[in-house]
Design a protein around this ligand. Structure first.
Ligand SMILES: CC(C)(COP(=O)(O)OP(=O)(O)OC[C@H]1O[C@@H](n2cnc3c(N)ncnc32)[C@H](O)[C@@H]1OP(=O)(O)O)[C@@H](O)C(=O)NCCC(=O)NCCS
Length: 164
C-alpha cells in the first residue's frame, strides 16, 4: 500500500485521497461551494469554520496525471458531545456520480465513531433527490420536517438521523 503523505487520512478508495482542509484550500473549496449551492457559504463563513475546534472540513482529492492533486469534493461537520452534525457535503459538478460524496460521508461517519459519537444528524432540502438518496444509502432515516427552513424559497428541510 502507498505510504500516506503528511496530513493524509486513510481512504476507502483506491485513488481518492482524504485530508483535513487548511486556509490554503479556501479558493478551491469556495469554487465548489459557489457552484454546488443556491446559497453558498461566504469566504468569511468558511474561514471562521476553520477556526472552530468542533468543526472539521474533510477534502476528497485525486492525483492529476501531471502531478499535484485536484479537489473533487468535501464534507463539513461538527462534533458536539456524542453527535456528528453534517452541515455540508458537495462534489464538483464534473466529478459527480463517481462516489466522491460517499467517500466523504464514510470518512465523516468514521471520524464520528472514532470520537465515540452515537448519532449523526443533518438537514436536507425536500427536493434534493441526489442528497436524499446518498443519505438513505448510508441508512439515515427521516425523523422530522422543519417547515420553510430554507429562507430563499421557503423550502422545507427533512431532518435525518443515523445511529452510529
Ligand atoms: C449530493 C451530492 C453531494 C452527491 O455527490 P456525488 O459525489 O455525485 O455522489 P456519489 O457519486 O458519492 O453518489 C452516492 C449515491 O448518492 C446517490 N446519488 C448521487 N447523485 C445522485 C443523483 N443525481 N440522483 C439520484 N441519486 C444520486 C446515489 O444513491 C449514489 O449511488 P450510486 O451512484 O451507486 O447510484 C452532489 O450531487 C452535490 O454536490 N450536490 C450539490 C450540493 C448538495 O446538494 N449537497 C447536499 C446537501 S448538504
Amino acid at each position: 500500500m502507498r505510504r500516506l503523505r503528511e496530513g493524509e487520512l486513510p481512504s476507502p478508495h483506491p485513488t481518492f485521497q482524504l485530508r483535513q482542509m487548511t486556509h490554503d484550500d479556501l479558493p478551491a473549496v469556495m469554487a465548489i461551494e459557489a457552484v454546488a449551492f443556491r446559497n453558498p457559504w461566504s469566504l468569511e463563513l468558511l474561514r471562521r469554520e476553520l477556526s472552530h475546534e468542533w468543526s472539521t472540513i474533510l477534502l476528497v482529492e485525486e492525483p492529476l496525471p501531471q502531478g499535484g492533486l485536484r479537489l473533487l469534493g468535501f464534507s463539513i461537520f461538527w462534533i458536539v458531545h456524542d453527535e456528528v452534525h453534517i452541515l455540508n457535503v458537495a462534489t464538483a459538478p464534473e466529478q459527480r456520480r463517481r462516489g466522491v460524496a460517499r467517500v466523504a460521508l464514510e470518512a465523516t461517519l468514521a471520524r464520528g465513531r472514532e470520537r465515540k459519537c452515537t448519532l449523526a444528524t443533518l438537514e436536507v432540502r425536500r427536493s434534493n433527490e441526489a442528497a436524499l438518496n446518498l443519505y438513505k444509502g448510508f441508512g439515515f432515516r427521516a425523523v422530522g420536517i422543519r417547515p420553510n427552513y430554507y429562507a430563499d424559497e421557503g423550502e422545507d428541510a427533512i431532518v435525518m438521523v443515523l445511529d452510529l
